[in-house]
Design a protein around this ligand. Structure first.
Ligand SMILES: Nc1ncnc2c1ncn2[C@@H]1O[C@H](COP(=O)(O)OP(=O)(O)OP(=O)(O)O)[C@@H](O)[C@H]1O
Ligand SMILES: Nc1ncnc2c1ncn2[C@@H]1O[C@H](COP(=O)(O)OP(=O)(O)OP(=O)(O)O)[C@@H](O)[C@H]1O
Ligand SMILES: [Mg+2]
Ligand SMILES: [Mg+2]
Lengths: 154, 168, 154, 168
């Protein structure tokens, strides 16, 4: 059980670094076992280093920075149990425009082999998608229209 | 298998006229005003994959999944809610011998659900077995609900370990 | 104690309706005591009605709709214990463009007698503010510049 | 009394050079990238108003409120963190006979805080008394921290009653 866990930990840790770097444009993130001798008796901390900033424990980062780390963690786990489609509901709510467009670039890259269905309110995300659907309600009844050049509805 | 089409009829805020969402591989964005029905589409996918917890579908009970009508639009409450999902099965991972696999579920006012696979009625247990071979389930990690990221930013190191432990 | 509580309840309830209507362009929100005979033995529910939609219990609304209701509730309380300045940190994160710009209009209106300092990532909010400050970090050191025509930094 | 100016020196991500934020009445927006220091400005106001909980200021301990330096910018760790807030007191609600009231707090590496009112040292208890007359405190309802709205969308009816009960 320990061996299987450690293999998963190493793989997810490598992936985390890769995805965090893509999302931040050069940062780094790593997982740290609180008790490497007996991993199940301790937790797993996360250290994040944003470009040109020192490495800190993720709990000390800002709200948006912690969101970026959470998204990177979701992507790192994805590779461990790969699926052919993903549905992501407003995962970009606390990201600034830079991180939203980095995330959109990442999705475009990953979309070559996986389907991503991304619910978003952010224009930077809508503008980079390959296909866009607009959902609207009229008198409490929902409807959907396909539109590539849809502005983010206001 | 990826999703080629989602059809909603009488499911939550979707009315009696079937709404079709055709999807490609690649990166699709879904956008729209607050309360327009975006997350209801995610609920529809979980519903069709057999999700039993109405709490997870954000409904008080199964009957509340059915379109409750609209005075302004002159529409009555629907008799049932129905969701159809068309999967592309060219990779053959779903153990069914068609390149397109259609999964559907409908729920009636009495709370009873009817599942169909390629149009033929099937029991819930059986369809979940078939879908799980391809890694498809309403609890798999590939559907990230609204609010999950915010919750993940507040987890403790112990909870983070448990997440990885559960994966193996 | 009950009399004072009920007075507060009535006043906050009236304010809630007023602010919710301004934020949604015509909707309505009300508070309901679970046990009007003995308010302290029950809770307080909230019913919300968005324009051209039926009235529902707030827990059944969408994520963004519940955010709108929470913002209206904050404003309703504000009038009960008025202060001369307010600091609001990303209260618009889950609002769509329509609700952000309604909120910005409300802040402009209220700003005639109260100071609002609003931290936001949304362009609709920045564009309506009377004054804008941009905060930026360089090598981990924060700095602030005043700029009215600042684009939301990316 | 409204805020006319906030000055930060060595407080969290603000370095040794004093950063001044001049404010008017009316509606001011503060924007900027993730992690740039926006919420640290809110923490600075709470700090100057006497907030004792370092958890609420998102710091492990009082010493962590002090700028920890930056290798890349060639800056050492600061000796102390200092925040100055200038209030407009033309309405006279702060019981001090000046139309501008300056409140400041600094914390040293040993965790000791020094408070000043209009430049003169004062005890924490005394300054809190003075400020509370004008309804100014680090716990008043007029500062809504990041994440509060999301938490408010999940409260139960009982919690909602308690919020109103606490107000009276
Ligand atoms: N003592 C300190 N010295 C230097 N930097 C610090 C110190 N304490 C916190 N920080 C840094 O301040 C940053 C957090 O800033 P803050 O929370 O204000 O960001 P923000 O602008 O509100 O971002 P967001 O949009 O993500 O909410 C973190 O990157 C953190 O590392
Ligand atoms: N059975 C039903 N019949 C009709 N309407 C329903 C039903 N169940 C839920 N709704 C409505 O669906 C709406 C919620 O939609 P949903 O959560 O999908 O919005 P959303 O587009 O995700 O919005 P947000 O951007 O705020 O997250 C609510 O306004 C709710 O009243
Ligand atoms: Mg939603
Ligand atoms: Mg912040």
């Amino acid at each position: 059980k320990r061996k299987v866990f450690m293999e998963a930990f190493e793989k997810i840790n490598d992936n985390l670094g890769k995805y965090f770097s893509k999302l931040t444009g050069g940062g780094n993130a790593t997982l740290k076992l609180e008790n490497p001798e007996d991993p199940f008796s301790g937790g797993i901390d996360m250290l994040v280093q944003f470009p040109r900033k020192p490495s800190i424990v993720v709990s000390g980062a800002s709200g948006g920075e912690r969101s970026v780390a959470a998204v990177a963690f979701i992507f790192a786990i994805k590779d461990f149990t790969p699926a052919s489609f993903y549905i992501l509901d407003e995962i970009d709510a606390h990201l600034d425009a830079f991180h939203v467009s980095r995330l959109a670039d990442l999705l475009l890259e990953e979309a070559e082999k996986t389907q991503f269905i991304v619910i978003t309110l952010k224009p930077e995300m809508v503008n980079k998608a390959q296909k866009v659907y607009g959902v609207y309600g009229r008198n409490g009844v929902s409807n959907v229209i396909a539109a590539k050049f849809l502005e983010v509805p206001s | 298998p990826y999703i080629k089409k989602i059809e909603l009829k009488g499911f939550k805020s979707f009315g009696p006229q079937t709404v079709k969402v055709a999807l490609d591989k690649g990166f699709t964005a879904i956008t729209g005003p607050n309360g327009s029905g975006k997350t209801n589409i995610v609920d529809a996918v979980l519903f069709a994959l057999g999700e039993l917890s109405t709490r997870r579908l954000r409904a008080e009970n199964a009957a509340k999944l059915i379109f409750h009508g609209s005075e302004k639009a002159g529409l009555e409450r629907a008799k049932k809610a129905k969701v159809v999902i068309q999967f592309d099965n060219t990779d053959g991972r779903i153990p069914v011998d068609t390149t397109t696999v259609t999964v559907s579920r409908e729920v009636h006012r009495n709370g009873q659900s009817v599942y169909r696979l390629n149009g033929r009625r099937i029991s819930r247990t059986h369809i979940l077995e078939v879908l799980s071979v391809a890694g498809l389930s309403s609890t798999s990690q590939n559907i990230i609900m609204q609010g999950t990221i915010t919750r993940l930013t507040e987890i403790s190191p112990t909870e983070r370990r448990k997440i990885i432990e559960d994966l193996v």
